[in-house]
Design a protein around this ligand. Sequence first.
Ligand code: SF4
Length: 271
Amino acid sequence: MLRRDSMKATTTSEPEPGERPASVWGFALRSVVREYGWLFIRRVAARHPWRTLKALREADAIDATARQVDLGTGKTVTAELSQPSIVGAGYCLKPLSPACPSGRPNHDCYCLEALAGSDAAGVPLPCRACAIREIGMHALHAGSAFYVMTSARDILDDVYVPALEARQFETGVFVLCRYSFKPFAVGLLASGMRARMLPLELGDCRDYGTWLLADLGIEDEQTTVEHAVMAGVASVLCGGASAQARRFQRRGNVLHPVAAGPAARRGPGVL
Ligand code: SF4
């Protein structure tokens, strides 16, 4: 039986010398026998084989040790990302002690869905310093959808396919483990998205075994986001911020920004 604690290589913020973030080809070969792999082939790759091949090549060339990775062409990427279609963060950021009231792993965030309270007293204790909440509120202020990312299968259903079939998401900002940068980039690029990926700091997956366990919902460590990375999220999203009051409305697994109703106007949460 796989044990996450025995398989985790390290919890430092930068890959150690000699550590190699996933080769996208190796990752693809291992995943093709899994449900996510063949569904990705059927729903994305088979429809756009050349774009998927190009995505594999581009993703494999990514420097996964970089502070951030931009996917897309031209100088417009940063400007576009000030108001991305969607912002995502891994469920592993949910706090363990005190525990997230929405549980884990899932797409739920009670605090963002309810936007409970306009001051610290109205925000449940576990939520007050929660990175999910902080990133989600930046997304809300930018007018972007927000997504608590869980498994690759769900990301396929909730992000890649809607982006491909309905152009629902054209741009995105995502906070995830460096190990996932390359395979995640394949899905984004093959779906026609432009995006920025920012890394988790501590507790992140460092090999296929730990990634697979986290993908199955077995993640007994809380990951963290480095202050500079959170500042980077705030910086890119504040470019699209507006004074318009909003709240989130959940559709499926994604929280979508809508105009604030009377209840939300009393206090759309605080950072
Ligand atoms: S803000 Fe964080 S701790 Fe609170 S419900 Fe959302 S994910 Fe859980």
